[in-house]
Design a protein around this ligand. Structure first.
Ligand SMILES: [Ca+2]
Ligand SMILES: [Ca+2]
Length: 462
């Protein structure tokens, strides 16, 4: 038996699968980034040539910000994202009892520091905790066993300035910072509250307790000598705006809107990186089926700074950014590395990392921009099945596209009893979107941990 869990999202994704067959749905949609769960509050980090995306996790069917763990995804091409599961949850912080909300990860001296707001079970108020890990995908452990800082406000964000001084910013409704020490888990001096003025953060009308547009979610960074503070503005619903300054401590000048109110979530939350020569804006909306203000999804757009360093208006799309390069099918690829997943879920694998599971007839995975080159001769997959299995159809271009191979999967005696299956492949050449379409009888068919193609045995013709 599979462990009991909510089938709601799987049902939703089945509906989405049906919807995807309708001509009105864009065929190339890669936003939102994650389709297997609801995600929120993106915090991207570039490390060693890879983009790590840290998110929150809206529980299925939430009617509040019901969030219990955080998630990690990564990509090298901004189109296919690997699911690294949940290396941190409320249980990481013994002093926290609820509200695993918007965090931020900073890297320093070989370690990853994950700053998060959680509810302090002792005070009942929101506090900022910090966890530390030796890898970008964890595991993470509570660095202090108590809050780092606590003023019943949220949304931590860290900037490490060029002189080595690190700042922790956070706040809703105020905007605060402390100067972190080199250990990144303590600070010197007290909390400084940035004066919120119309010149600095835009003027909000009709709300005397919040006189500026600043609402929450500061994303502070430095680029080409200019300091940026990108924030969620004027709830509700929120838009994304920004201010700039000549130093990490201001003075800030309001620079206007980046992302207008869009996307059927009454909050938004920004994260910005430069990667592989491009600039990327992460945000969230309610784009998945069943999505809304408490069932959000993280998405990303590529953009180009204006010559003066200002940020253009960025609109939400379903296409997402163009792929950076291609995906190599002749090395091991995780099944949980996808541009789009339909009908499936992910779970921790007994072999490490994650696997794709809850696979039923008609479910599929889209892997974008797979460079087959002169051709593939065979396909190998790591699979497990507690039932009688099914088959993996390898299709190009769409889930109903050209069939280039079919791999049979038999029962293995358990959902984590792994074996390797191989089948011949014909007609897979060039760079194509690969669809792993799953087929078989009723119920759950099998799990997939990873896959790999082998190249054609035939030498290319000169
Ligand atoms: Ca399914
Ligand atoms: Ca895997």
């Amino acid at each position: 038996m599979r462990p009991a869990r909510s089938r709601r999202l799987a049902w939703i994704m089945s509906v989405l699968c049906i919807m995807s067959l309708l001509p009105a749905t864009p065929a190339m949609a890669d936003n939102p980034i994650v389709q297997t769960i609801y995600t929120a509050d993106p915090a991207p980090l570039v490390h060693n040539g890879r983009v790590y995306l840290y998110t929150g996790h809206d529980e299925d069917g939430s009617t509040y910000f019901t969030m219990r763990d955080w998630r990690v995804y990564s990509s090298t091409d901004m189109a296919n994202w690997t699911d690294h599961g949940s290396p941190m949850s409320l249980a990481t912080f013994a002093w926290a009892d609820a509200n695993a909300w918007a965090g931020h990860v900073a890297y320093r001296n070989g370690r990853f520091y994950w700053y998060v707001p959680v509810r302090n079970r002792r005070t009942g108020g929101m506090a900022i905790g910090v966890a530390v890990g030796d890898s970008p995908t964890g595991p993470f452990r509570d660095a202090l066993g108590r809050p780092l800082v606590e003023n019943n406000e949220i949304d931590p964000n860290v900037l490490i300035d060029d002189d080595g001084q690190a700042y922790l910013y956070w706040g809703n409704p105020r905007l605060a910072y402390v100067r972190l020490n080199n250990d990144m888990i303590s600070y010197s001096g007290g909390i400084t509250y940035i004066q919120l003025t119309g010149a600095g953060f835009g003027t909000r009308n009709g709300n005397p307790s919040r006189p500026t547009l600043y609402e929450e979610g500061p994303w502070v960074y430095k680029r080409n000598g200019l300091y940026y503070n990108v924030f969620a503005a004027e709830c509700c619903s929120e838009f994304i705006a920004y201010s700039t300054a000549p130093s990490a401590t201001g003075p800030w000048t309001y620079r206007g809107t980046i992302m207008p109110r869009q996307g059927s979530s009454f909050t938004n939350h920004a994260g910005i990186i430069d990667y592989a020569g491009g600039s990327y804006f992460f945000y969230h909306n309610g784009a998945l089926p069943g999505g809304g203000g408490f069932t959000r999804s993280v998405a990303v757009e590529k953009f180009t700074y204006n010559a003066d360093g200002s940020i253009p208006t960025i609109n939400m799309t379903t296409a997402g950014p163009p792929q950076v390069g291609t995906l190599n099918p002749f090395v091991r690829q995780e099944a949980e590395t996808v541009a789009w997943a339909s009908g499936v879920e992910t779970e921790p694998s007994s072999e490490g990392g994650m696997n794709v599971g809850y696979i039923e007839n008609g479910d599929y995975l889209k892997v974008k921009g797979v460079a087959f080159g002169n051709g593939a001769a065979a396909f190998t997959a790591r699979v497990a099945s507690a039932t009688s299995g099914g088959r993996i159809e390898l299709r190009l271009g769409s889930a109903t596209g050209t069939l280039v191979g079919t791999c049979a999967v038999n029962g293995t005696g358990g959902w984590q009893n792994w074996t390797t299956v191989t089948c011949p492949v014909s007609g897979a050449t060039g760079t194509r979107d690969l669809y792993l379409r799953f087929a078989g009888g009723g119920g759950y068919l099998f799990n997939v941990n990873w896959w790999q193609f082998t190249g054609s045995a035939l030498p290319s013709t000169p």
